[in-house]
Design a protein around this ligand. Structure first.
Ligand code: TYM
Length: 351
C-alpha cells in the first residue's frame, strides 16, 4: 500500500514563490508515488476574518493555481476543506484532548494574536495578559487559538504519513504528532500514524522575501506571485534590497544578498549560482546583473503557470468537477476515521 500524503494551503489570496517552493512543487512531484490528497483550507482562512465576498474567489484562485502548477486530479485527490464536514466534527472531539496552554505557546498564535491586539512588544507576558484582558472590543478569536487542532485534524482524519510543508509549519506538525500520540495512548489504540514533513531528503524550505527581511509572506507584503505579470515581476526583482557590495575578497554575505542567492538556488541552474558566488568572492559582482538573471529564471518557472491559471480560472464547470470528485474521495476516508474515533471515545447510537 502506498503511503498517504496530505497538505493544504489557506485560502487567503494568490500563491507566491514561498508557497510554491515550500509546498506546491512538492505536491506535484509526490503525486506520482504517493496516495495524495491536497486541499484548500478555507476554514483556516476564517481565523483572520476574510471578507465574505472574496473568500470564495480566493478558494477558486488557489484551486486554479494548484491545477496550473501541475497537481493532477487523476493522480491526487483535490478538495476544499469545508466540503468535508467530518473535519469539523473531529475538530470538536480532538479539542477535548488539547491543552489551551500548549496552544497559547504556539509561535504562529502569538504572532497573530499580537497583530490582532495591536501589540508591538515581543514580551510574551504582555500578550497573555492582553488576551485574557477584559476589554471586550479587543479579542483574539478562539478559532485562532485552536488553529493547530484543526490542522492536526486535516492530517489525522486522512491518516497521512507525509505532510509536505515549508519550515514555518513545522511547529504545527510537531503538535500534530503530539496529539496523535496522546490520543493513541489515552485510549490504548493505534489509530493515528505520526506524520512528518517531507523534503525529498533535504531540509525544510524557507523562501525569503526581496525586502531584505525574513520570509516571503502575504502579510509581509513582499511576495512574488505565480500570477504576476512579466513586467511586474521584473520590477519587483529589480527593486530587491541589496547592500553596497563586497568591500574585500571573500567577505561574509549580508542577509539581503543571501536572500537573493537563496532564491537563485531555488530557481537557477547550479553553475549560474556558482558564477555569481565566485563574482561576489572576488568583488566583481554587479547586483544589477544578478537581479536580471534571477528575474529571468523566476519567469521561466512562473510564466507557464500564469498562462495555465488564466486558461482555467474561469472554467467553472471543470473546477466544480474536480472538487466534487475530490470531496467524495476525501469524505469517504474522513467518515471512516470519524466513526472509528466516535466508537473509541464511547459515542454510540441508540438506533
Ligand atoms: P499557508 O497557507 O500559510 O502556507 C501554505 C504552504 O506554503 C508554505 N510557505 C512557505 N514555505 C517556504 N517559505 C515561505 N516563505 C513560505 N510561505 C508559505 C507553508 O509552509 C505551507 O506549506 N496551516 C497551513 C495550512 C494547512 C495545512 C493543513 C497544511 C491547514 N491544514 C494540513 C498541511 C496540512 C498554512 O497556513 O499554510
Amino acid at each position: 500500500m502506498k503511503e498517504i500524503v496530505l497538505s493544504g494551503i489557506r485560502a487567503t489570496g494568490n500563491l507566491h514563490l514561498g508557497n510554491y517552493y515550500g509546498a506546491l512543487n512538492k505536491f506535484v512531484k509526490m503525486q506520482e508515488d504517493y496516495d495524495s490528497l491536497f486541499f484548500i483550507a478555507d476554514l483556516h482562512a476564517l481565523t483572520t476574518h476574510p471578507d465574505p465576498k472574496t473568500l470564495h474567489t480566493n478558494v477558486k484562485n488557489i484551486l486554479a493555481e494548484y491545477l496550473a502548477a501541475g497537481v493532477d486530479p487523476e493522480k491526487a485527490t483535490i478538495f476544499v476543506q469545508s466540503d468535508v464536514p467530518e473535519i469539523s466534527e473531529l475538530y470538536l472531539l480532538l479539542n477535548m484532548h488539547v491543552g489551551i496552554g500548549e496552544l497559547m505557546r504556539t509561535a504562529s498564535f502569538k504572532d497573530k494574536a499580537r497583530k490582532q491586539l495591536g501589540i508591538k512588544s515581543d514580551n510574551d507576558e504582555n500578550i497573555e495578559k492582553e488576551i485574557i484582558g477584559t476589554d471586550s472590543n479587543k479579542r483574539v478569536n478562539a478559532g485562532l487559538l485552536t488553529y493547530p487542532t484543526l490542522m492536526a485534524v486535516d492530517i489525522l482524519i486522512q491518516k497521512a504519513h507525509k505532510v509536505p510543508v515549508g519550515k514555518d509549519q513545522e511547529q504545527h506538525l510537531e503538535l500534530t504528532r503530539r496529539f496523535a500520540r496522546r490520543f493513541n495512548s489515552y485510549y490504548g489504540v493505534d489509530l493515528f500514524p505520526e506524520p512528518e514533513n517531507f523534503n525529498f531528503g533535504g531540509n525544510a524550505v524557507k523562501v525569503p522575501g526581496l525586502d531584505g527581511s525574513g520570509k516571503m509572506g502575504k502579510s509581509e507584503g513582499n511576495c512574488i506571485y505565480l500570477i504576476d505579470e512579466e513586467k511586474v515581476l521584473r520590477k519587483k526583482v529589480m527593486r530587491a534590497v541589496t547592500d553596497e557590495g563586497p568591500q574585500a575578497p571573500n567577505s561574509p554575505i549580508s542577509a539581503p544578498i543571501q536572500n537573493l542567492f537563496t532564491l537563485m538556488e531555488l530557481t537557477s541552474a547550479p553553475e549560474v549560482v556558482q558564477q555569481f558566488k565566485d563574482a561576489y568572492a572576488d568583488c566583481s559582482i554587479r547586483y544589477g546583473d544578478l537581479k536580471k538573471q534571477l528575474a529571468e529564471d523566476i519567469l521561466k518557472v512562473t510564466l507557464p503557470i500564469r498562462q495555465r491559471i488564466l486558461d482555467i480560472q474561469n472554467d467553472d464547470e471543470y473546477l466544480a468537477r474536480v472538487v466534487r470528485q475530490g470531496a467524495e474521495r476525501a469524505r469517504e476516508r474522513a467518515a471512516k476515521t470519524l466513526s472509528e474515533v466516535r466508537e473509541i471515545m464511547g459515542i454510540k447510537k441508540f438506533y
